[in-house]
Design a protein around this ligand. Structure first.
Ligand code: G3P
Ligand code: CA
Length: 323
């Protein structure tokens, strides 16, 4: 009898695997995706606070995210928005300092002023919004905290900073890339093997990082889930961005449009870290019955390399069950 070719054997195996229920599909342990704590353990504590980062570390996050913007005096602070008003009491402390568009911009305030503010929870269903006992950390403080916990607990979590709105910072005559790289040097991140990913929605910002340093940092290009983005995700496009970055961070909504996104990305040497997995959000249009099933789909079926989540403990538990 003719021996089946290697390609034929691989195809048969893949077909057999695809017929297995998700829960029975076995993956190699080293396929386990990384857990990225989105804004810290922000499902439990106000986002981008030292408390949220500490909890994320103790919940087993592999990486802890910091969104970064600049203050007027050039300090990097951990804040998701350009504005202070969604998550602090700036409106009460500095009522006169809003811009014409009704927002209080971090870049209009010194670090000393921002340190007088308290941070509150963004979402009503989470930590009590009336509790105002936390403050806005600098990037340096956030990283020193994580490095300290790495040392005192013996478990290493990496950092996953995002440069927010690099174009806006340039327009304000305060480019964010150079102070960011200076901070990384000061904090001791200057080797390829250091536990860090750098992310941005702006490809130009990532190109600038590449141009400004010889350190081969791992860069992740964030992308939205629009139809237009879905149309762009061809092999040619992925190959061209692969010349600059090591991975993409897609909105999870992109996967219903491109279920084979991970294999397309892998063919071009790119990792895939989708965002954002939230146990307390509804699952619209019957997309999933539960958070657990959503995680299973992204881990076992879509085969994501990492997951941004507000609930690192629950993603860690799901991975422990599956691997
Ligand atoms: O950085 C990944 C994810 O955090 C992107 O969304 O808006 O939460 O920064 P955002
Ligand atoms: Ca982010």
């Amino acid at each position: 009898m003719k021996k089946p070719s290697l390609r034929c054997l691989i195809n048969r195996t893949l077909t057999a695997l695809s017929l297995l229920p998700l829960s029975l599909m076995a993956l190699e342990p080293n396929d386990s995706p990384i857990v990225i704590a989105h804004r810290g353990a922000s499902g439990y504590l106000p986002e981008h606070t030292l408390a949220a980062y500490t909890l994320a570390h103790s919940q087993g996050a592999d990486y802890i995210e910091q969104d970064l913007v600049l203050t007027r005096d050039g300090h990097l602070i951990c804040l998701h928005d350009l504005h202070l008003d969604p998550t602090t009491n700036v409106e009460t402390v500095f009522p006169e300092r809003k811009r014409k568009d009704g927002h209080w911009y971090a870049i209009d305030f010194t670090l000393a002023e921002i340190k007088t503010l308290s941070v509150h929870e963004r979402l009503r269903q989470r930590f009590p919004q009336s509790t105002q006992i936390l403050s806005v950390p600098t990037f340096i403080e956030a990283v020193q905290l994580i490095q300290g916990l790495n040392q005192s607990t013996g478990r290493t979590a990496g950092i996953y900073p995002e440069l927010k709105q690099a174009k806006f910072h340039r327009q304000e005559d305060q480019p964010i890339e150079a102070p960011f790289l200076a901070a990384l040097q000061a904090l001791g991140y200057f080797k390829k093997t250091d536990e860090i990913y750098i992310q941005s929605f702006e490809f130009d910002a990532l190109k600038n990082i590449r141009a400004l340093t010889d350190v081969p940092y791992r860069l992740i290009y964030l992308i939205n889930g629009s139809d237009e983005t879905a149309r762009k995700m061809t092999g040619t496009h992925l190959s061209s961005i692969g010349g600059v970055v090591q991975g993409i961070g897609p909105s999870k909504s992109l996967f219903s449009k491109i279920p084979d996104l991970v294999s397309r990305a892998h063919m071009n040497g790119l990792k895939v870290h989708p965002y954002t997995f939230r146990a307390d959000e509804g699952f619209p249009n019957g997309s999933h019955e539960s958070f657990e099933l959503e995680l299973k789909q992204f881990i076992l079926s879509y085969k994501a390399d990492g997951l941004f989540t507000d609930f690192p403990d629950q993603v860690r538990a799901a991975l422990n069950d599956l691997f």
